[in-house]
Ligand binder design. Structure first.
Ligand code: NAP
Length: 495
């Protein structure tokens, strides 16, 4: 659906043209080859996109369309994503190197997200609140205007749909800044929005450096809301700017999620779940189950099986249907993962498996790294506290449930957690006591667009998804509608 040969145009205020920033290449992480060339957006392009979005918001009539009419356009976006699903999955694979099986799921999730928020748009209800006088009181919702959406590189099409769909459903215009290294899925989504009949200018896509383009977007006075997914440090920087503007933000940030394998767990399920939780997406996942706690009595046999399972994972060509782990996103990111592994070893950790680049021709040019498990650290080691965002698991035994809970919760992050146990009551007790936005019990990394998602503490602010996710992109307003036929008593009416 996209011809990658020519220099890619970008979408600025309804016009497809080259960005006026520097020319750069988007690289395929499996080979390091350039797959697309494009000019980044410049600061002038940011200004044009925001002014165009504001114009489209005020003049296109999108916000005033009846909810079912807006929904019809979003249903068409979902249908077009499905129609082009294989092309989009291949594009996403090239853009960020994820295995094709995984990018197919991300594309399906993007279509489902548009479908879900189309339904949320046409079924959203305002409220008639209890009246306390001679008036009707209503609580209604209004769109905000221009929304800035900023996304990371790890699951582009899904995280971009998660912002575009509810923001548009709510009646807003969106200026989307995808990660500099993965611009293609966002551009393809903007094409689809055009083809589905969304008014021109309502969506702009501005590839380019976050510290320049993203920063300018967040600071712009016409931007009335920011939806950000990315690292905690960037999130805090954006939140400080937003505080000065009194602008609402939502933040989907990093994690260092604990997985607890209790003595009564079904070990087959737990081994499979832990492997999937940390090593799928090559560990480049905010919810990666990267801190593992295993009941001491099962620790040795469990780790034996886990290490064997990790070593047997198929790392390789993302185009191969059987591949479980593709490359990391960039050479620099792989170096950062390697530095973390070295740090863990310097801190006293022992390498159980992995800890190296895989050998062989298929790996020569890409940014591959083997699934890695490190043992022997205590929970306060830096490797147990900092997000690696790669295929690196730290494993620790535990003795008592109280100590386990304390350690599992001892993190600045609180995004997700996993529990493996056959004991229903223990699962309930731990599930409620764990401090995390999402807790999986006897499963991991499963999602439903109908279920709110987000983190506590340094893992974020606000929630995406869920039927009420649309309200994140709306202002609430109370209407008092006088019914009394007499003037107000205070100023001359009947006393
Ligand atoms: P990042 O460096 O924070 O970048 C995220 C986005 O912000 C990119 O588009 C980036 O642009 C942009 N950006 C950078 N500096 C900016 C600034 N000063 N102002 C505005 N925007 C700016 O994060 P990342 O390395 O791409 O992504 C990995 C992080 O995302 C991990 O911490 C991961 O846990 C988190 N994440 C969280 C969730 C969640 O739902 N909680 C989901 C996925 C990922 P550039 O591309 O130019 O840097």
């Amino acid at each position: 659906m996209i011809d990658l040969d020519p220099i890619q145009p970008i979408c600025i205020a309804g016009h497809w043209r080259h960005g006026s920033g520097d020319l750069y290449h988007s690289l395929y992480p499996a080979t390091g080859e350039a797959i697309a060339r494009l000019h980044a957006a410049s600061l002038a392009d940011v200004e044009e996109a925001i002014l165009g979005a504001d114009r489209a918001f005020r003049a296109s009539g999108w916000a005033q369309r009846k909810p079912h009419e807006r929904a019809a356009v979003l249903y068409r976006v979902a249908a077009l994503i499905r129609e082009h699903s294989e092309a989009l999955a291949q594009l996403q694979r090239l853009d960020n190197g994820k295995p094709i099986q995984e990018t197919r799921s991300l594309v399906a999730s993007a279509a489902a997200t548009f479908q879900f928020f189309a339904a949320a748009c046409e079924t959203l209800e305002d409220t008639l609140t209890p009246s306390r006088g001679d008036f009707l009181t209503l609580s209604v919702h209004e769109p905000m205007g221009v929304v800035a959406a900023i996304t990371p590189w790890n699951s582009p099409i899904a995280s971009e749909a998660q912002k575009l769909a509810p923001a548009l459903a709510a009646g807003n215009a969106v200026v989307l800044k995808p990660a500099e290294v993965t611009p293609l899925a966002a551009l393809a989504l903007a094409r689809i929005c055009d083809d589905a009949g969304l008014p021109r200018g309502l969506v702009s896509v501005l590839p380019g450096k976050g510290s320049v383009i993203g920063d300018a977007l967040v600071r712009h006075p016409l931007v009335r809301r920011v939806s950000f997914t990315g690292g905690t440090r960037t999130g805090k920087h954006i939140a400080r700017i937003a505080a000065d503007k009194m602008m609402p933000v939502s933040m989907e940030l990093g994690g260092k999620s604990p997985t607890l394998v209790l003595a009564d767990a079904d070990l087959d399920h737990a081994v499979a779940g832990v492997l999937y939780g940390i090593f799928s997406s090559s560990g480049e996942s905010c919810i990666a189950g990267s801190r593992l706690f295993v009941a001491r009595q099962h620790y040795a046999p469990f780790m034996e099986r886990l290490a064997a399972g990790a070593a047997a994972l198929r790392v390789g060509d993302p185009a191969d249907e059987r591949t479980q782990m593709g490359p990391l996103i960039t050479a620099q990111h792989r170096e950062s993962v390697e530095r973390y592994v070295e740090l863990g070893l310097q801190e006293g950790g022992r390498l159980r498996t992995g800890g190296r680049r895989p050998q062989g021709e298929v790996f020569d040019r890409g940014y591959f790294y083997t699934p890695t498990i490190i043992e022997g650290l205590s929970n306060d080691a830096r490797l147990c506290q900092e997000e690696v965002f790669g295929p690196v698991l730290v494993a620790m035994p535990f003795d008592s449930e109280d100590a386990l809970l304390e350690e599992a919760n001892a993190s600045c992050y609180a995004l997700a957690a996993g529990i493996w146990t056959r004991d229903f009551q223990r699962a309930w007790r731990l599930g409620r006591a764990l401090q995390a936005g999402t807790v999986w019990i006897n499963t991991y990394k499963q999602f439903s667009i109908a279920t709110p998602f987000g983190g506590w503490r340094d893992s974020g602010l606000g929630r995406e998804k869920g039927r009420l996710g649309i309200l994140q992109y709306m202002e609430q307003k109370s209407l008092y509608w006088g019914l009394n036929e007499q003037p107000l008593a205070w100023a001359g009416g009947q006393r």
